[in-house]
Structure formats: structure tokens, C-alpha cells
Design a protein around this ligand. Structure first.
Ligand SMILES: Cc1ncc(COP(=O)(O)O)c(C=O)c1O
Length: 503
């Protein structure tokens, strides 16, 4: 291990051993930030999940009865979030990979206020809105030729559904009404409405399974753990070939679309495929007349160091692109899909795409999206994501010798993940009965780190957490992130060792 890295680890370990979690949490406080919220009941009993109060936060829907409620948010600024007790947390994952611009961005807030004062809502069936067309123009310019039109809704799942419905209407308009099947990958996540869960959930284990359409699924090429005897490239070629076989098996005339996350979010921990895979699946979709959809809900709007993740692989462009989280950066719900002019024309000539929602392309949402994208471009956050992402991965890799459970560090730009293993040489997973992401998320909070974590498919493909800070992160803040993450991982490693889970 490099001397500097070893010393840094030693320092972190000393800090952990010397402090109780409470002291560590307090040490993150800025005293002037301690905030007393008079509306928060101080009685600890009323702050327990399941206490006999009516209403309560949404956490009552999942936290077990009797557990303490989560800290309450008081304010947020930049990469930090404060609770009502004055504790300051580093927002290491930008919430669920949403807050690309960080918190409290003045320009976005001003644009939101100005638009709200002018007109929040106006239905696009009656009147056009300037924020709507300006946002669409800007996205089309950034996305490049072939991504000419934009249709906006509120959430990522809605936008995925709209893209699929649009693809279907396009097929019908072209006289290909037999096309309806949507192929997705396994694992995948495209949202949690009934339609998008059918493309996402573990088909064998979801309690909703009887209610979900059973679509064909094809495997994902995982770089860290390809099947035995195959290189990542060979595995990627195998996965692409399975797509071709699946289309043949289902009947090419019935297949409407194939949807992928070009760089995977939580379901693949920032995994991506070799360039040849993207070329091959594009060829296959073109040959069979299948619409290729890129779900860039997490990866879009600069996060990977390109405006779109798909831009990393020129010449493999999809037909439809779905954007969400980073588009509104958490300031207002907005999502949408981009489509080529020719597809839109075909649908319009056949009667048009009317399957919208009340809030489609609302002036307020579009004004926020516009300010977010302008800010992203004018501050050059896209190339900044590429530069800072490379540094972050280097810094995290330097921790691997001292923290062997840190099996893999991967990603593009500031869209990264770390994979946690029992043995870094054999790449063995930890026992499936340990909920590794949930444990790390809890320990992270004790170390002043907010970590978005959810276990995917019960850990069947491995356990990872995303490392996706806001794109505005400064070098000194990166030091803090790495230090707190290292402390969290060391604490978890000690715990695993004490429980006999490590060799
Ligand atoms: C890749 C991907 N697609 C779709 C969605 C659904 O987005 P939303 O939560 O806005 O409905 C998510 C949410 O995490 C996602 O990560």
C-alpha cells in the first residue's frame, strides 16, 4: 500500500476508535447551524414508528414498528444536509442520484420563483409555454441529431411508460400493430409503477408478480464478475447474441422495443459494457426494426462526464432517450423522453400522441429544468464530472489495500459505485442474509454520510453502493467524502471480521 494511503487509513481508524458515534456526529456540526424546530414534538415516544398518532411521515410505510424515526431535515446547502438537531451530513449520493447541482442553487431557485409568480400551470392543449419550448430546444441541441423533440412529464417511471406508449403508437402508425413486446435486461430498474416494475423486478420474487406483464428478459454483461471462463468482452458478445435469439424466439414481428440503462444505476452499480456491445445491440435492433430505448434517468444530464451517457459510444445512438432525476436536480419533478422528428411526424400524421398527464410540460417544471440545464452547461459541470470522477475513483482505489472488503471501484464521471466483497481475490460475495447496502447506509449516517442504498435482487448479483456526489463537489469536499466513506467501510469491515464473515 502507498505510504500516504496507509497513513490516511491509520488516521481515519484512530478517529473512529477515539470517538463514539454521537461525538462523531456532533463533530460534523457547525454550531451556528443548530436548528430548533418548534413544530417537532420533543417527546421521544411520539418519535417512534407506529406511535399512536395519525398522519406522520412516509417512513411509517416501511420502518418497523417501535424503531426510532429518522432524523428530520432542516436545511440543505451545496453538498450538505442538516437535520433539526444541527447534525450536518454529506450528501454522498445526491439523494437517489438526483441533486446534480447540489442543494440551494440560487439561479434555479430564482428561476422557480420568477416562473411561479408569472404562471405555474397552464395546460398545453390550450396554450404553449416558453419554458417548455426553450427546454426542449436546449435538450435537443445537447443530445444531438436524431433526438429532436421532447415530451415532459413528472417522474422517471412515467417517462419510461410514455416512451414505450409512444413507440407502440409509432408501430401502429407504421402498420406494424403486431409489435407490442418490450424486452428489458435482468437485472434492471425502470421505475415502480406496475408497467415499469414488469421491466424491472425480479420475475421470480416480486410479490406483485401476478399483476405484472411477464416480458422477455436478457442478461447484462457485468465487468466485475463475468461467467466463469469468459472475458468481459466475450460475455458482452454472448449477452448481445441472447438478445438476437430472444427476438427470434418471440417472433421479430411482435417485438416493439428493447430498453437498457447504458450505464447502470442501482441495479448494476455503475457497470457498463464494452463499446462492441452497444454497437451490436444497435445493429440487432435496427435489423429487426426494434426501437432501442436508453433509460438515462440516472445517467443523463452530465452525470457520467458526457451530456448523455450514450455519447460515450458514438454511432450507437438509441431511438428514444428517457431523462429524469438530474433534469430537475431535485428542485421540481420533471422527466421526459426525447424522440427523433421522423418518429414524431409519423405519430402526428396518424392522430398524434395524446397519452399525457395533467402536469405534462408544465411551465413551472420546465422553467426549473431549463435553469438546471443552463447552470449545468454554463458552469461546465459535465467536463468537471469527468475530471473529478477520475480523481474520485483513484482516491477510492487507493483505499483498497487497507480495506479489502472494497472489492471494486467503477464508473464513469461522477456516476460511480463500490462493490463490497468477502474476499477481494476470489471476488466472493458476502452472505446473502446480510443486507450490506442497508447496513452501510445506517453506518454512513453515524459517520455523517448520506448513502442511497437498496439491495437489488436480494444481493444475487453482488452488493454495492453508489458514490455519486453532486457535480459541484469541490476538491476539499472530496477529501471529506473519501475520509468519511473510508471510516464507514472500516467500521463495517471490523464488524464483519468480529462476526466471523471474513477469512
Ligand atoms: C434507471 C431508472 N429508471 C427509472 C427510474 C424511475 O424514476 P422515478 O423514481 O422518477 O419514477 C429510476 C429511479 O431510480 C431509475 O434509476
Amino acid at each position: 500500500m502507498e505510504v500516504a494511503a496507509a497513513l490516511a487509513l491509520l488516521l481515519i481508524r484512530q478517529r473512529i476508535n477515539g470517538d463514539t458515534p454521537e461525538v462523531r456526529a456532533r463533530s460534523l456540526n457547525t454550531p451556528s447551524m443548530a436548528i430548533k424546530n418548534r413544530n417537532v414534538p420533543d417527546n421521544p415516544e411520539s418519535r417512534r414508528i407506529g406511535a399512536s398518532i395519525r398522519g406522520g411521515g412516509v417512513q411509517h410505510f416501511w420502518l418497523p414498528k417501535g424503531t426510532s424515526q429518522l432524523p428530520r431535515v432542516a436545511k440543505a446547502e451545496g453538498v450538505y444536509v442538516w437535520d433539526t438537531q444541527g447534525n450536518r451530513y454529506f450528501d454522498m449520493t445526491s439523494g437517489p442520484v438526483a441533486v446534480n447541482l447540489g442543494h440551494g442553487n440560487r439561479r434555479v431557485i430564482a428561476a422557480m420563483q420568477e416562473q411561479a409568480a408569472r404562471v405555474c400551470f397552464s395546460y398545453p392543449a390550450y396554450l404553449e409555454s416558453e419554458p417548455n419550448s426553450r427546454l426542449a430546444d436546449l435538450l435537443a441541441a445537447q443530445a444531438g441529431p436524431g433526438h429532436d423533440r421532447a415530451f415532459f412529464v413528472s417522474s422517471g417511471a412515467e417517462a419510461v411508460e410514455k416512451a414505450i406508449e409512444f413507440a407502440r403508437l409509432h408501430a401502429v402508425a407504421r402498420g406494424e400493430a403486431s409489435r407490442f413486446r418490450v424486452i428489458s435486461r435482468l437485472p434492471a430498474f425502470h421505475g415502480s409503477t406496475l408497467a415499469t416494475q414488469a421491466l424491472s423486478e425480479d420475475p421470480d420474487h416480486s410479490p406483485l408478480q401476478p399483476m405484472l406483464q411477464r416480458w422477455p428478459r436478457v442478461p447484462v454483461p457485468f465487468p466485475y464478475r463475468p461467467p466463469k471462463g469468459l472475458t468481459h468482452d466475450e460475455d458482452a458478445a454472448r449477452c448481445a447474441e441472447i438478445l438476437r435469439e430472444t427476438i427470434e424466439r418471440e417472433g421479430p414481428e411482435t417485438v416493439l422495443a428493447f430498453i437498457i440503462e447504458p450505464v447502470m444505476g442501482l441495479t448494476g452499480g455503475a457497470s457498463y459494457a464494452p463499446a462492441g456491445y452497444y454497437r451490436r445491440i444497435r445493429e440487432i435492433c435496427t435489423n429487426y426494426g426494434v426501437i432501442l430505448i436508453h433509460d438515462e434517468v440516472m445517467s443523463g444530464v452530465g452525470r457520467t462526464g458526457r451530456f448523455l451517457a450514450g455519447h460515450h459510444w458514438p454511432g450507437t445512438q438509441p431511438d428514444l432517450i428517457v431523462l429524469a432525476k438530474g433534469l430537475g436536480s431535485g428542485y421540481h419533478p420533471i422527466a421526459g423522453f426525447l424522440a427523433p422528428d421522423a418518429m414524431v411526424e409519423t405519430v402526428v400524421e396518424a392522430g398524434g400522441f395524446h397519452l399525457g398527464h395533467t402536469q405534462k410540460s408544465s411551465p413551472l417544471a420546465c422553467a426549473v429544468g431549463l435553469a438546471v440545464v443552463q447552470e449545468t452547461l454554463e458552469r461546465d459541470l459535465v467536463s468537471r464530472a469527468e475530471r473529478h470522477g477520475a480523481t474520485l475513483r483513484e482516491r477510492l482505489r487507493a483505499l483498497q489495500d487497507g480495506i479489502p472488503i472494497l472489492g471494486d471501484v467503477r464508473g464513469l464521471g461522477l456516476f460511480n459505485a463500490i462493490e463490497i466483497v468477502a474476499d477481494p481475490v476470489a471476488r466472493t460475495m458476502l452472505p446473502r442474509n446480510l443486507d450490506v447496502p442497508a447496513e452501510l447506509s445506517r453506518l454512513g449516517r453515524e459517520h455523517g454520510l448520506l448513502i442511497y442504498a437498496r439491495r437489488i435482487y436480494g444481493g444475487r448479483f453482488g452488493d454495492w453502493i453508489m458514490v455519486t456526489p453532486p457535480l459541484i463537489i469541490e476538491p476539499a469536499e472530496m477529501d471529506q467524502l473519501v475520509e468519511r466513506l473510508a471510516a464507514t467501510l472500516l467500521a463495517y469491515q471490523d464488524r464483519l471480521r468480529a462476526a466471523g464473515h471474513l477469512g
